[in-house]
Design a protein around this ligand. Structure first.
Ligand SMILES: [Zn+2]
Ligand SMILES: [Zn+2]
Length: 282
């Protein structure tokens, strides 16, 4: 699937979304109709992948074939009005679980997003650090002994090793941990060591040649993108293609925050930035 061609040809796409197959709140059919109503030309379904640890948010391995078949049905039903794509947001836990596994490579998917939501403790227990802050705060204290810097550094280590191992097309919300970490410690993103982690993640992404996602899901609730607006110049400097995705879990959020993200990106491209946005400025 030539995702780069898609994101260079139009802004009416969203390549990251969830449905009843994981923790989304609407059916695939409802999301498909919502995508059409939002005027999408390309729309990707990306359920949270099956995973090797207990997780209510992730899809059941036994449902993968059904999901793929259902997605293909929707794609043929709505073609050519909108091109529906069959993707997956694959969790990375370490060498033992991630997009690089043959298990995911053999699935009949159009594309793969690689994302980190879980951070291992010092004992190697995978803890979900995504989602609500209240739960993160409890885990920070109880599972990580209150060591926020460890959690943040480990998160980025996971992003970096996932990217080195490869097997995915789009790097999902690369600094997602900052949503909860900046609530636990406001100003953490001003720290030089933190900026170093962003630089390391982006240079690894650059070597891997992946598409970098600007995730707009939390714009309304947390007033931020992932990666944060402050790093967009660094993203642009990589020259990597950029995909603006809403990560919608609700039908009314399919286009949420995308216009604002494009405006931000435009402010860099009109300031003479490089080719990453060449197509997207149409
Ligand atoms: Zn995610
Ligand atoms: Zn997602």
């Amino acid at each position: 699937m030539d995702l780069e061609r898609i994101i260079a040809s139009t802004r009416r796409y969203n390549l990251h979304s969830h449905t009843e197959y994981c923790d989304g709140r609407n059916t695939m059919e409802e999301m498909a109709r919502g995508a059409l109503e939002a005027g999408m030309e390309f729309y990707g379904f990306t359920p949270h992948s099956p995973i090797s640890v207990e997780s209510k948010c992730n899809m059941d391995a036994a449902k993968v074939d059904e999901y793929i078949a259902r997605s293909r049905e929707i794609a043929s039903h709505y073609a050519p009005r909108c091109t529906f794509l069959t993707g997956m947001e694959i969790d990375y836990l370490g060498s033992e679980w991630g997009p690089h596994l043959d298990y995911f490579q053999r699935m009949d998917l159009d594309y793969r997003i690689g994302s980190v939501h879980f951070v291992p403790t010092r004992d190697g227990v995978a803890i979900d650090c995504d989602g609500r802050y209240e739960r993160f705060a409890v885990n920070l204290k109880e599972a990580f002994g209150g060591d926020l810097r460890y959690v943040v550094e480990k998160y980025f280590e996971q992003v970096i090793t996932m990217t080195e191992r490869g097997g995915f097309d789009i790097l999902g919300h690369l600094d997602k941990i900052a949503g909860n970490a900046s609530q636990a410690a406001p100003g953490i993103e001003d720290e030089p060591w933190y900026e170093g982690l962003i630089d390391h993640a982006l240079s690894t992404a650059s070597s891997a040649g992946v598409i970098v996602e600007i995730n707009t899901k939390a714009l309304a609730t947390k007033s931020r993108f992932f990666p944060a607006a402050r790093w967009i110049d660094k993203v642009m400097a990589t020259g990597l293609p950029v995909a603006v995705n809403s990560d919608a879990h609700y039908v009314d959020k399919i286009d949420a925050g995308r216009r604002e993200a494009f405006e931000l990106l435009d402010s860099y491209s009109s300031a003479g930035s490089d080719s990453a946005l060449r197509g997207s400025v149409r």
